[in-house]
Write a protein that binds this ligand. Structure first.
Ligand code: EPU
Length: 421
């Protein structure tokens, strides 16, 4: 299993380009299931999760053609196996995103129920309830969701759906199901995340009729069929935020290109409060950090508030800041796994249910730590970059799920990082 060896204590400086967003690319790849014509996608990041999704789609009969580094063409003309088996879903929960499009285009789907994961139970009953409201017959048996359009009907039926909580992939699944439904669907309490908007933009370029994406009420007027299209995936706001935090924690000075600050207001505000200088350019963002930051409290919430996917990285920043801060996690019930590993590096963190009290220390010390999930791994990388001596991070396959060429990008910013195979 690959490990990452980091020699800490260097300020990050220089320029690096941000990749396409994992959490936009995954649903957009699934959107290819909705049309019999090719979907050409640009700025698709080379990540393990993307490779897993492409394999899953291929297994269903989708033809996948990689063109160059970041371009993929998907052709679902011969889609014949509307099944997402347990083996694939267990390695990537986002596989649930095939459910809505398969049902809408193929009339049936068999998708393994995702289990819990390292950050929480993560049930999918909102996806199921919404599809049922659109006329799907759904049975959950032997660990699989069996869904089909009710007898005698060719299409799902437009419906008004109010989700119990804000769910990102739930909103995306229901939106994809609704684009081919008969009549109008309204999703109330919809997720407002920019990745939902990017998916809606792609669907609209395929001929879907959607309004309100980016607000909490999305209206979809179903159409008979979608056509081929070409779409460029948005920049990854979480990768952007992660490099900003890494530069901030090391007292660095960096410029990130092919991205923007426009989807990162909450994170930028916290970094400004911590004492960083940030300049937003049209397609780039600069950050300069003082030698020592101030600790800043954070509470995670759905977009546009502070993202849960940045909580672990910001905790690493607070670990070496001056003063104390409370980090409150409100989205997932078990998303502090990184804290115990950060403590092994010398951090002062006390966990009380969904609150973590972090008191900044002058310095962390390198040690061997273990990555437990994607964003937890990113926080350990940041801590390793500031720690004295060497930090060895085990199980970095988690990092490869969501950060493209992370060691190369960090080296470009002056870090000393080595992958050990
Ligand atoms: N929830 C339910 N029932 C449902 C759906 C969600 O109880 O039917 C709960 C979840 O358990 C959680 C909350 O609602 O407590 C929000 O979960 P959500 O459904 O929004 O999460 P998700 O769609 O499964 C996506 C991202 C995650 C990100 C969350 C929150 C993708 C592929 N994944 O997950 O990304 O943390 O939204 O913003 O888009 C990551 O990239 O590291 C990652 C975990």
């Amino acid at each position: 299993m690959d490990k990452l060896l980091i020699e800490g204590g260097r300020r990050l400086s220089g320029e690096v380009a941000i990749s396409g967003a994992k959490n936009a690319a995954l649903p957009i790849l699934c959107a290819s299931l909705l049309s019999a014509e090719p979907l050409q996608l640009r700025n698709v990041p080379r990540l393990r999760d993307v490779a897993t999704m492409l394999r899953l789609l291929e297994q269903m009969g989708v033809q996948v053609r990689r063109e160059g580094d970041c371009e993929v063409v998907l052709d679902s003309r011969n889609l014949d196996t509307p099944i997402a088996p347990y083996d694939m879903v267990k390695t990537m929960r986002a596989s649930i995103l095939v459910l809505g499009p398969l049902l809408a285009r193929h009339g049936e789907a068999r998708v393994s129920l995702p289990g819990g994961c390292a950050i929480g139970a993560r049930p999918v009953e909102q996806h199921i309830r919404g599809l049922q409201a659109m006329g799907a017959e759904i049975q959950v048996e032997h660990g699989y969701i069996h869904a089909r359009i009710a007898d005698g009907r060719r299409r799902l039926q437009g419906s008004r759906i109010v989700t119990d909580m804000v769910t990102v992939t739930g909103t995306e699944n229901l939106m994809m199901a609704a684009v081919l439904a008969d009549g109008e669907t309204t999703i109330e309490n919809a997720a407002r995340e920019p990745e939902v908007v990017d998916l809606a933009d792609c669907l609209v370029s395929m001929g879907a009729r959607i309004s309100g994406a980016g607000s909490d009420r999305i209206r979809i007027h179903g159409v008979e069929r979608l056509h081929g299209a070409s779409h460029s995936v948005m920049a990854d706001r979480i990768e952007t935020g992660t490099y900003l935090c890494a530069a901030a924690a090391t007292g660095g000075n960096i410029r990130l290109t092919r991205t923007s600050a426009s989807h990162l207001d909450a994170v930028v505000d916290k970094l400004l409060d911590a004492g960083c200088e940030i300049v937003a350019e049209r397609e780039a963002i600069r950050l300069a950090a003082p030698r020592r930051l101030k600790a800043v409290s954070v509470r995670t919430s759905p977009y546009p508030a502070f993202p849960t996917d940045m909580q672990a990285q910001f905790m690493a920043v607070n670990c070496v800041a001056e003063g104390s801060a409370v980090m409150r996690e409100t989205i997932f019930e078990n998303r502090f796994m990184h804290a115990v590993e950060l403590i092994r590096l010398g951090a002062d963190i006390r966990i009380d249910a969904s609150n973590a009290m972090v008191t900044g220390v002058e310095r962390l010390q390198g040690a061997t730590v273990m990555a437990t999930d994607l964003r937890a791994s990113a926080s350990l990388v940041i801590a390793g970059l500031v720690a004295e001596g060497e930090t060895l991070i085990d199980r970095i396959y988690h990092l490869d799920r969501g950060y493209e060429r992370i060691e190369e990008k960090l080296e470009q910013l002056g870090a000393v990082v080595r992958r050990i195979r």
